[in-house]
Write a protein that binds this ligand. Structure first.
Ligand SMILES: [Zn+2]
Length: 208
């Protein structure tokens, strides 16, 4: 579920649509959280879809640490990537604002954490643009992203959190542990999906 102070807007023919803040969203706010209505496909369910549908899923989903394709039921699927984003996925699953977001700002995200199956060319326009976004970016940039997330997470209790009611108890416990004792931090590297385990599982099912 996307933060309520956001709206879908057409950007241009190249980018298509994007998500824009309708009110001020302070650093440390959860901007997206996976809720119980999200459409979740495991690798088998994804591969059972017709090719045309797989392309739609590829465009609108992110892949979580279990290799599951998550398609949002709301506008969250329209958030665009930026190499200098104002929100980012955390090791806790939800996304957080790593900067103050002003009304009218586009809400952007780091796709390098979405277990991409292939690289894509980026034209985000940021001076930090990496030109190509690679599935391995999490290895190279994970620590940098963690350093952006930690200070934002420390603002968690100081800002309004309209999406916090959708947080799973286990996640909430982990987060509280970090907020009390900052050494218990869950890195974004926890989001990395190891595709080798699923390849084995996919092949393995033929024998049953
Ligand atoms: Zn870029």
């Amino acid at each position: 579920m996307l933060h309520p102070h956001s709206a879908l807007k057409f950007v241009n023919e190249v980018i298509g649509s994007g998500i824009f803040a309708t009110k001020f969203i302070p650093k440390g706010t959860i901007t997206y959280i996976k809720d119980s209505l999200e459409i979740e496909l495991d690798q088998h369910q994804y591969h059972a879809q017709p090719k045309a549908m797989q392309e739609v899923i590829d465009k609108y989903s992110y892949i979580d640490e279990h290799g599951h394709y998550i398609v949002s039921w709301d506008h969250a699927k329209y958030i665009n990537h930026n190499c200098d984003p104002n929100t980012i996925s955390t090791g806790y699953g939800f996304e957080i604002a790593i900067k103050d977001i002003q009304p009218g700002d586009e809400i952007t995200d780091e796709y390098g954490l979405f277990n991409l199956d292939k690289a894509f060319v980026c034209q985000c326009g940021s001076y930090k643009c990496r030109a190509e976004i690679h599935p391995e970016d999490i290895e190279q940039y994970g620590s940098i992203w963690d350093e952006q997330i930690r200070p934002a997470l420390l603002q968690f209790d100081k800002v309004p959190q309209p999406l916090a009611t959708h947080m799973a108890e286990e996640t909430s416990n982990l987060l509280n542990l970090f907020l009390k004792k900052t050494q218990h931090y869950k890195s974004v590297k926890a989001l990395k999906f190891d595709s080798r385990t699923v390849t084995i599982a996919l092949n393995g099912t033929n024998h049953h």
